[in-house]
Design a protein around this ligand. Structure first.
Ligand code: FES
Length: 126
């Protein structure tokens, strides 16, 4: 993901705890927005291991598990839990103002992606 602009998500009041919503038009792979304990989080919808949509995985608490090989990603930071993925994914801060959610790409170093754009996938599933 190379852009650094905020992205308008709209009204996400109907997104319940434990649910996810994909915004396909943001960045190269889209982002997946998750609500956990009332808060909104967003990460790139693409596993850093082999280009699989993370939104097809399972969200448990703050961890979104890749459906293909099981690495989980912390939706608060984009950090990965371990192999087979060897790096995190880009994450976003989601802010809500006057009922409108906006996703801001982060650059605070909390996720482990170096921003090079090289996801290092061995194979691709899409
Ligand atoms: S594609 Fe996600 S862990 Fe392998």
């Amino acid at each position: 993901m190379t852009d650094s602009e905020p992205h308008l998500l709209g009204d996400l009041e109907d997104l319940q705890d434990g649910e996810m919503r994909v915004f396909e038009d943001i960045g190269d792979y889209g982002i997946v927005v998750c609500r956990v304990d009332g808060e909104l989080y967003a990460i790139e919808d693409n596993c850093s291991h082999a280009d699989t949509p993370l939104s097809e995985g399972r969200l448990r608490s703050h961890n979104l598990t890749c459906p293909l090989h099981g690495t989980s990603f912390d939706v608060r930071t984009g950090e990965h839990s371990g192999p087979p993925a060897y790096e995190g994914v880009p994450c976003f801060k989601v802010k809500v103002e006057d009922g409108v959610a906006v996703a801001f790409p982060t650059s605070d170093g909390k996720n482990t992606n170096d921003g090079s754009g090289d996801v290092g996938g061995i194979f691709q599933t899409r």
